[in-house]
Design a protein. Sequence first.
Length: 42
Amino acid sequence: MMKKLLAIRRSTFYCSSTSKEKLFFLFFDLFDLFDLFFLFFF
């Protein structure tokens, strides 16, 4: 489920034209990494 969402988000990330959108999606990618970190270590 999560990987599917990430894949959709990544395709949106690469299709997005403005740098503001790219930063926005990059922020959410980092947020997902923290989410995974907490799932594995806490």
